[in-house]
Each structure stands twice: as structure tokens, then as C-alpha cells.
Design a protein around this ligand. Structure first.
Ligand code: SF4
Length: 211
């Protein structure tokens, strides 16, 4: 077409500006998903266990969540699944594995939950609060979470009840949606019948394992 030919004597490749391509969205690596848990925070909650943790707390109840891997799920797919649960859940709990080791896609999921639903958000992390505040994106995380339970699991400080697991863990109520009493009222364990007929006991603070 007239006007689109390169001018004589000039190298169009040298003049070309780099094209910025959109970064592909990182998927979330998911270990397991329970749509209706009664033991992972106040009310009935969808629980996402993310895969991968390098923190290595002795006595961790979920060593199978430590290796990388898991099921790769896009943020949009996971959000659609959660949103499809509609009014049957009060909120979403994210556990692990270590959720904050998938910070970017986790934040995108929590952003969609915050902006597009009225679901509450509770996050368990093995990082301590003093570590979290040094992470890029800590303020954004805080804006998208109602309750954060933070800190390594310390077997010698095991509580045996409640959501904290061990007494060194700290509880952060970032909104007024829940009180400490609401968290105390969460059942310690429940028995779940899996789709294949197997029974499973779920809860935050099961009996400790040996190393
Ligand atoms: S941070 Fe959580 S998943 Fe990771 S080792 Fe500690 S207790 Fe286990």
C-alpha cells in the first residue's frame, strides 16, 4: 500500500520498536479442593489447598503438599468454580502447602473474590507476619483477606484445638467481618465421606505426626 514501504536506505528492522506482549497468567498449583468444609473457618467454606511448601516445619500434618506439582488450574477456572457454589458457602479458605509461595496468582484469585463476590476470605500461611510485611504485595494481600493466620507450625507449641495449630501463630483480623469468638466457635474436626466412599477426618489441628 502507498506510504507503507520502508524509506530507501533505512533498515526497518533496526527502527522497529520491541513489542510488549502480555505476560501469560501463572496458574495456581492446587493440591485439593473441598467445596463445603465446616472446620476451616466460620460457616461453610470452600477450601483450596495449594501445592508446594519449602518451609519444612517439623511435625507438619500435610507433607504430601510440600513437593512442587499439583493440578494446574487457571485463576479464572478456579474462580468460576468457587463462584458457582453460589449462596451455599459463606467464604473461601486458602491453605497449603504454602499459599504465599504462589503469591501472584493467589492475589489475582483473591482480587476476583473480593471484587466480584461477597465471600469472606481466610488464609493460612506458614510465614510470620514480620516476613509477610516485607513481601511486595503485602498491602494488597491485606486488602483482600478478612482473616490471616500466620507463622510456622511448632510442634512443641501445639494447641490441640482451634484454628492456630500452635500457640506461636498469630491471628490477624483485617476487617470487622469476624471476631476472635467466631474463630473459637469453629469445630475442631469433621468426618467427610469422599466420592469414592472413603472416610476422611479433616480439621486444622489433628494429632501430631512423628518426623
Ligand atoms: S508452612 Fe504449613 S505446609 Fe509448610 S511445612 Fe509448615 S505446617 Fe507444613
Amino acid at each position: 500500500m502507498p506510504g507503507e514501504s520502508p524509506r530507501p536506505g533505512r533498515d526497518p528492522l533496526r527502527e522497529a520498536r520491541p513489542v510488549r506482549l502480555p505476560r501469560p497468567s501463572l496458574p495456581l498449583r492446587v493440591h485439593a479442593f473441598d467445596p463445603y468444609s465446616q472446620t476451616s473457618g466460620p460457616g461453610t467454606r470452600a477450601v483450596v489447598w495449594l501445592q508446594g511448601c519449602t518451609l519444612g516445619c517439623p511435625g507438619c500434618w500435610t507433607p504430601e503438599t510440600h513437593p512442587p506439582g499439583g493440578h494446574e488450574v487457571t485463576v479464572d477456572e478456579l474462580f468460576a468454580h468457587i463462584a458457582g457454589l453460589g449462596g451455599r458457602i459463606e467464604g473461601v479458605t486458602v491453605s497449603g502447602g504454602e499459599p504465599l509461595q504462589q503469591f501472584r496468582p493467589l492475589l489475582r484469585l483473591l482480587t476476583r473474590i473480593r471484587e466480584e463476590t461477597s465471600l469472606s476470605v481466610l488464609v493460612f500461611t506458614g510465614f510470620g507476619w514480620e516476613e509477610i510485611v516485607r513481601m511486595p504485595g503485602a498491602a494488597a494481600l491485606r486488602d483482600r483477606v478478612d482473616v490471616l493466620l500466620a507463622g510456622r507450625y511448632v510442634r512443641d507449641l501445639r494447641l490441640g484445638r482451634g484454628l492456630r495449630g500452635s500457640s506461636n501463630k498469630t491471628v490477624h483480623l483485617f476487617t470487622d467481618r469476624y471476631t476472635a469468638a467466631d474463630l473459637d466457635a469453629v469445630p475442631d474436626a469433621e468426618v467427610v465421606i469422599r466420592a469414592d466412599g472413603r472416610l476422611a477426618i479433616t480439621g486444622i489441628d489433628p494429632p501430631p505426626r512423628d518426623e
